[in-house]
Design a protein around this ligand. Sequence first.
Ligand SMILES: O=P(O)(O)OC[C@@H](O)[C@@H](O)c1c[nH]c2ccccc12
Length: 227
Amino acid sequence: MNLSNMVKLRKKEGANPVIAEIKVYSPKHGDLLRGRDPLDILRIYERSGVAGISYITANEFKGNFDTLRQICNETDLPVLRKDFITSKGEIERTAEVGASAILLITRILGEKTAEFVDYALDHGLDTLVEVHSIEEARIANETNTTMIGINNRDIAILERDDGNVELTERLCRHVRGDVVRVSESGIRSIDDLKRALKCADAALIGTAFMMAENTEEFVRAFVEAGR
Ligand SMILES: O=P(O)(O)OC[C@@H](O)[C@@H](O)c1c[nH]c2ccccc12
């Protein structure tokens, strides 16, 4: 099942649709993996009942394509590839490795966003078009994307800012309601999660999960909150 449909299924089941990110490093927080194996994090996320897995292949976040391939081979959950995609060849590679969805950043692709969405859809991928402003939401709304993500943090400065769910609350009404809407980044607590899910269909969380003392307990609490 692809990521957008998995989000809808988890929502129907009464769980909070959470996309859990295996985030090994961030420019703001530094090392997040702390010597763990990314596949062990994957198993914990699977056991916690998340709707899908996100993995960043971008060099700036110390990701790599082989780990993405391993994750896709090891799980039945839909996997989202996050990177600063600027070529159609990267869309083909993402489909070939078995990922379910690909992130396409409006800030980077601009007027090419719609064309890249169609190319990804034609290769069997779900698309998460990422926006950080009303203008970018307008571009995203004009595409055939299955999902639109509101990044609460500013990817142009590699998320060194302290964005939070206020941006989701502010932008959501500008994002089409007929696509899966995802609130991304800066979600650190159950309260943040509940605020995000008031207007988005799913929440994408990385740092808070990677920094948790007891990851499974922490992630499961997010998935089950309010049940
Ligand atoms: O670690 P956080 O604040 O929970 O954010 C996760 C994810 O949204 C973030 O890593 C992200 C969102 N869009 C991106 C694009 C590239 C790299 C990373 C990202």
